[in-house]
Design a protein around this ligand. Sequence first.
Ligand SMILES: Nc1ncnc2c1ncn2[C@@H]1O[C@H](COP(=O)(O)OP(=O)(O)OP(=O)(O)O)[C@@H](O)[C@H]1O
Ligand code: SF4
Ligand SMILES: [Mg+2]
Length: 326
Amino acid sequence: MSNAEPILTLNNVSVTYKRADRTKLTAVAGVDLTLNRGEILGLVGESGCGKSTLGKAAVGILPTSAGEIRFNGTPVAPLNRSVRSRELLKLQLIFQDPYSSLNPRRKIGDQLIDGLVNYGVDAEEARESSAKLLERVGLSRSTLTKYTHQFSGGQRQRIAIARALTLQPEVIIADEPISALDASAQAQVANLLVELVAELGMSMIFISHDLSVVRQISDRTAVMYLGKMVEIANTHEIWDDPRHPYTKALIQAIPKPDGKGFLPLELPGDVPDPRMPPSGCRFHTRCPLAIAECSVMEPKMAVTQNRISSCLLNNELKEKGSAHVV
Ligand SMILES: Nc1ncnc2c1ncn2[C@@H]1O[C@H](COP(=O)(O)OP(=O)(O)OP(=O)(O)O)[C@@H](O)[C@H]1O
Ligand code: SF4
Ligand SMILES: [Mg+2]
């Protein structure tokens, strides 16, 4: 994107979970990522690679173990949501499952209005702006007086989107916002998010394992593997000319049996245990292009020929005659 203006930056961010059995799991391991104002950035990678962890850390609801996150220049501190600063309320997360973010026992209107009233908006004004938001996401204002169980999955996700929008966010991190929905609702909700981002001048990180949707809606795409970023590029570049072997495997996709979308190529072996990530390049145990150095040297994200990826063959070993260059 030309004249890109960063709005959310992650600088060498790591997130480590301390598990009940006292082992530690570093789900995000030294990630750099920049979301630019006005853009939609797709974040993809296999299940367990750390996408949700990254999203939660980026909005400050999970503490980082290293690195720094800044939103509009302000450090994103891992605070309790109820005491988030006004500035950080402009940074909102939409969860995959609207059940987990909406309270089934409270009227939808009360849930929408709370956020506004807590921040000093007059109750009547809050009700009116919540009704308008519900209309904007394709629901009627009578939704205010109803409960979540009265709605379908797609409608509930629209309510969750409306709630995320009440405080007029500048950045939305949408974590698999459509994967729990049926096929027609998926397309509608994805389109709604794209429209809202443009209309309200927002920026969005769209986390999804559905590569075809990410391809359709994202300006850039970031690819993660086992807690690390492996490639970031304009979406059309990722699809037309992927540089990292893992990205290649992901997008050498095979059509789904129902003809709707694609499945990623089956890679040899299982995803390694993130508590004991492979030495060197974390992808070496499954990479079809791995060479001896890959189990020893750790590749870094680096720019080669205007493209950013972390593969020794693209970067560190590119000039070495013996290396097979991808
Ligand atoms: N609360 C937690 N405590 C300990 N480990 C966790 C916790 N949450 C996630 N993990 C682990 O961290 C790693 C990354 O999980 P995360 O949910 O971020 O992956 P993901 O890319 O979002 O996967 P998916 O596509 O399935 O949603 C996984 O190995 C997961 O088991
Ligand atoms: S560094 Fe080696 S193992 Fe890692 S992606 Fe590149 S070729 Fe494959
Ligand atoms: Mg997830």
